[in-house]
Design a protein around this ligand. Structure first.
Ligand code: ZN
Length: 84
């Protein structure tokens, strides 16, 4: 019988700079080598990127709508000035 205490398998997460259980980790292959990173942080970045993309789309649509609205208004003003 082994008296050896089984160490929980953890990996150092370069993103959080801490150790996580290995089952929560994913091996990321980069140009400089492979590094362990937790799935949670990967998903968090993915989610925030999607949110940012969605926000960016919304803002650009608003800007476009506003710009076309402003252009219409300017046209109207210019036409009024011409006729008046
Ligand atoms: Zn982590």
């Amino acid at each position: 019988m082994s008296t050896e205490k089984k160490q929980p398998a953890t990996r150092y997460c370069y993103h959080c700079r801490t150790h996580h259980p290995v089952e929560e980790m994913k091996l990321i292959v980069t140009k400089t080598g492979s590094r362990w990173r937790c799935i949670k942080s990967i998903l968090a970045v993915k989610r925030s990127r999607e949110e940012r993309d969605a926000y960016g789309r919304m803002v650009s649509e608003q800007n476009r709508a506003e710009a076309s609205g402003r252009a219409r208004m300017l046209n109207k003003i210019q036409q009024q000035n011409r006729s008046g």
